[in-house]
Design a protein around this ligand. Structure first.
Ligand SMILES: NC(=O)c1ccc[n+]([C@@H]2O[C@H](COP(=O)([O-])OP(=O)(O)OC[C@H]3O[C@@H](n4cnc5c(N)ncnc54)[C@H](OP(=O)(O)O)[C@@H]3O)[C@@H](O)[C@H]2O)c1
Length: 324
């Protein structure tokens, strides 16, 4: 059974996409998000489609160390569940004992470094970054060493799907930097620890697929949502670089760029129906992109051409337009 880690699993786009994936094959899905009761409901639905799921709390406000711990748990705990099924409890215990102390040590080391950072910010910031990178690499290495003792179906990951997003309030963000921070954190900064840990793991494994929902809003800043747009632009650029860097390691990185999609995120807006997609339509495009190992998926497809035109508009005209 292939295994997928899902961030923002309660998103309407994610729910439709996971059902579409479930139609193709019975995945093992690790559903991460903030609303545990909604995640439990989704788990029940997906399990009726022969998938196996577990639920985990995830919020982009979690520290990098907490996110690394979560990533490690996603690999380790799933291993234990699979092992129980395989009636190999002794090996499962050994593996948990290998992975958990390493994560605890790394979390302690990371926290110690973070404390130092507050007293001597500039010098320690570099050290903390190095420690974080080392910790992520060590976790990936350790996981690979553990998986080397057994068949790969018992541990590891085949795909990451991230559908976390926060539109925010542009007007508020223009006056209150905290709103701007929340938008940046939910759409970019706060996602980096999990994306980086997954990339390290897939690089070591020499396989895997990273699928992240960005947005066409990241292609050009517009007055109506430029905080959200710039966070998505950062994510799009990050994924583009990651795709180049992981290409030699057989890792697929897919940037998903929806235009308008009829979900609760934009329920308060009046959207033009002919260029607004349903979540089912978006889900089909995402699964098709996954199977084809596409780099960039526009959904609906028409947005590729709409944005090509939008990008061509000279700035002296664009700045006078109140588009979309
Ligand atoms: N709808 C559109 O027109 C459109 C267009 C382009 C791109 N997108 C992108 O598509 C993705 C899915 O959005 P959607 O339309 O399906 O909207 P949605 O249903 O509102 O989904 C947003 C998801 O992000 C989660 N989330 C928000 N802030 C978070 C945080 N700080 N930490 C962890 N999770 C957080 C939400 O969790 P909770 O359930 O706990 O709130 C929810 O699961 C987003 O990346 C969005 O930017 C949407």
């Amino acid at each position: 059974m292939r295994r997928m880690l899902v961030l923002g699993a309660t998103s309407e786009i994610a729910i439709a996409t996971l059902h579409e994936f479930a139609k193709e094959e019975p995945w093992y899905m690790i559903l991460c998000g903030r609303n545990l009761s909604e995640l439990e409901k989704l788990k029940t639905k997906l399990e009726s489609h022969k998938c196996t799921c577990e639920v985990k709390h995830y919020d982009t406000s979690m520290s990098a160390a907490e996110q690394l711990q979560l990533f490690n748990e996603c690999l380790g705990q799933s291993t234990n569940i699979q092992h129980t099924k395989a009636q190999d409890n002794a090996l499962a215990t050994t593996q948990t004992n290998k992975v958990n102390p390493l994560a605890t040590t790394q979390t302690t080391e990371f926290n110690a470094l973070a404390t130092t950072t507050t007293t001597a910010f500039d010098a320690s910031a570099t050290a903390a970054t190095d420690a974080y990178n080392d910790a992520a690499k060590d976790i990936a290495m350790q996981s690979m060493q553990v998986s080397g003792h057994q068949s790969s179906q018992f541990i590891g990951l085949d795909a990451l799907f991230c559908s976390v997003g926060y539109l925010g309030d542009q007007k508020k963000a223009e006056q209150d930097i905290r709103e701007c921070d929340l938008i940046m954190q939910a759409n970019f900064n706060g996602l980096l620890p999990m994306l980086t840990a997954t990339a390290q793991f897939f690089k070591q494994q020499r396989s895997g697929s990273i699928m992240v929902v960005s947005s066409v809003a990241g292609e050009r800043g517009r007055c109506s949502n430029y905080c959200y747009g710039s966070s998505k632009a950062a994510m799009t650029a990050f994924l583009s670089g990651m795709r180049c860097s992981l290409l030699p390691y057989n890792v697929h990185v897919m940037t998903i760029k929806p235009g308008y999609v009829a979900t609760r995120m934009v329920a308060h807006k009046k959207l033009p129906p002919y260029i607004t997609a349903s979540t089912q339509r978006v889900a089909k495009d995402i699964v098709k992109g996954f199977k084809r190992r596409s780099s960039v998926v526009y959904t609906m497809w028409l947005w590729r051409y709409i944005m090509a035109v939008v990008r061509l508009i000279p700035e002296f005209i664009f700045k006078r337009l109140n588009m979309f």
